[in-house]
Design a binder for this molecule. Structure first.
Ligand code: PGA
Length: 262
């Protein structure tokens, strides 16, 4: 069985000071749980704060990052050059990131990010040694028209087109139905499990089975909280969750972590 993963997407919700305080509180609470209750932090936990907080948050986690990992919410596809306002995967690595979210639906919708841009970013992230968290998801309209499977297969295929994967490289694909993000209500866990099965079937066409088993994880995102995390993680093809709103509330987020601790 693959190691579970919880990814916290803090979006543009916190100031530098707030991000530092929340990151430190989460780390302290997890350390206490680990020590007092002798629980094993046997899952990956990645916090993705806003760009401006990455360095400070990453410093809080320490050089070993044995409990918490640091991820960015986006990256550019070039390493260096005249790209005003952009941030390269290499710079993210220097800031202590191990993961980067790519193609979040908010970026696809508001900033008009295309599948082609997502594809370039995935390749750049992998080349730099970052783990891309590739977000895919259908709109309500696509779902209503019976096009949900097609929409997802398309996005996955385009993001990974011609992307070869070395044994040392890892990918996470986050299935996030666009219409439930930030809505406060998640879809049925079995439905998320079904959509992740569709993604799984596509990736076994693209990669050798050992790579799919060891290097690719599928997760669900969209209004996950402490009441739904377990049923989502229990689905056969769901290895973890991407959490927005609930990851900003300390008590709620720690509760979610506790629920999947051994
Ligand atoms: P949500 O956000 O948990 O607030 O729905 C998830 C996401 O945007 O990745």
């Amino acid at each position: 069985m693959k190691k579970s993963i919880i990814i916290a997407n803090w979006k543009m919700q916190l100031s530098l000071k707030e991000a530092k305080v929340l990151a430190k509180e989460i780390l302290d609470r997890l350390k206490k749980i680990k020590k007092k209750e002798k629980k094993l932090i046997d899952f990956d936990l990645v916090l993705c704060p806003p760009f401006i907080s990455l360095l400070e948050v990453s410093k809080i986690f320490g050089p070993k990052k044995d409990i918490l990992l640091c991820g960015a919410q986006d990256c550019f596809w070039e390493e260096k050059g005249g790209f005003t306002g952009e941030i390269s995967p290499k710079s993210l690595k220097e800031l202590g990131c191990t993961h980067v979210i790519i193609g979040h639906s908010e970026r696809r919708k508001i900033l008009k990010e295309t599948d082609e841009m997502v594809h370039k970013k995935v390749k750049a992230a992998l080349k730099t040694g970052l783990i891309p968290i590739i977000c895919v998801g259908e709109t309500r309209d696509q779902r209503d028209k019976g096009l949900k499977e097609q929409a997802i297969i398309n996005q996955v295929s385009k993001a990974l087109d011609g992307v070869s994967l070395k044994a040392s490289q890892k990918i996470i694909i986050a299935y996030e139905p666009i219409w439930v993000i930030g809505s406060g209500w998640a879809i049925e866990p079995t439905e998320a499990g079904y959509m992740c099965k569709i993604i799984y079937q596509r990736i076994i066409d693209l990669y050798a089975l050992p790579l799919v088993r060891n290097n690719i994880r599928l997760i669900y995102g969209g209004s996950v909280d402490s009441t739904t995390i377990k049923p989502f993680i229990s689905q056969e093809r769901i290895d973890g969750v991407l959490v927005g709103g609930a990851s900003l509330k300390l008590k709620e987020f720690i509760k979610m972590c506790e629920l999947i601790l051994k």
